[in-house]
Design a protein around this ligand. Structure first.
Ligand code: C5P
Length: 265
């Protein structure tokens, strides 16, 4: 029987999802995807018919894959289209944790990294989650100071470790589809005192660039020539002003790719 959300209590409505109380289970909540798409800290906003469905599919495939890989996530199951059940948070950590394999996006603005530069080891950054402040990055020395402190230091250490584990798992999975995972952003909370991967992972969370060659050589400091950034499948299409139809088509392609993650052990 389809769930009826009209009478359910909304815990919070965000830019792309609504979180509802689960009347049958206080330990979980419903996460309902919306057709909205935003960029530039919410300044650019549109509604794309059917986006909720493709984001839900992508998110479901990715979280089921990560759960199978033993990553500690909030995801439980998806009882119907556009709806997932996730474990209820005790505490939301207001950080965006970004990991990068290849230089693209905001890291280029600081002037040192060159587009296509390959990072090995991966680079991880913590950003304070605040749209009006444009999600400022935490000072790296301050992060190290927190990690060395006895109090909450282990949260940061664990978030960084999980970000890297998830990156490696998803990089391997997309590699089977001849796509390079460039970077992504993840979020965390505490459930039963444990640092847990939360939120969604969908076309807006990462950059995905197809391979440009039959046999790309990723064993070099800059791999831009091996990749096809113009064929990108991710939300940069929206940020760069592509038509909404084109944005949706690319998101559908992502959902078709993550559908194959079911076959990965
Ligand atoms: O813009 P920037 O290069 O810092 O983004 C790094 C990664 O984090 C990209 O994959 C982007 O899609 C993602 N991101 C996000 N939400 C934000 C900021 C960045 O999902 N608020």
């Amino acid at each position: 029987m389809a769930l009826v959300f009209d009478k359910m209590h909304v815990i919070i409505e965000g830019k792309t999802k609504i979180i509802y109380e689960n009347p049958d289970d206080p330990k979980t909540v419903f996460m309902k995807f919306k057709d909205d798409i935003t960029a530039g800290d919410g300044v650019k906003h549109d509604v794309i018919q059917g986006k909720a469905l493709v984001d839900w599919k992508t998110n479901k495939d990715i979280f089921e894959y990560l759960n199978r890989k033993g990553i500690h996530t909030h995801y439980v199951e998806s009882p119907q289209e556009c709806v997932s059940i996730v474990r209820k948070l005790d505490y939301k950590i207001d950080l965006e944790v970004v990991t990068r394999r290849v230089a693209a996006g905001s890291i280029l603005k600081w002037g040192t990294a060159v587009e296509g530069q390959r990072f090995d080891p991966l680079i991880t950054q913590f950003h304070y989650k605040d749209d009006p402040l444009h999600d400022p990055m935490l000072d790296a020395a301050y992060v190290e100071f927190i990690i060395s402190s006895k109090q909450d230091g282990h949260w940061f250490k664990e978030m960084r470790e999980i970000n890297i584990d998830v990156f490696q798992e998803l990089e391997t999975a997309f590699k089977q589809c001849r796509i390079q995972l460039i970077d992504f952003k993840l979020e965390y909370g505490l459930i039963d005192g444990k640092v847990t991967l939360i939120d969604e992972i969908s076309g807006g969370s990462f950059r995905l660039w197809p391979y440009a060659k039959e046999n790309p050589d990723f064993n070099q400091p800059n791999i831009l020539s091996e990749l096809d950034p113009k064929g990108r499948l991710d939300k940069d299409n929206y940020r760069l002003g592509e038509s909404l139809d084109q944005v949706q088509t690319k998101f559908e392609q992502i959902a078709n790719l993550t559908d194959t993650f079911k076959d990965l052990s």
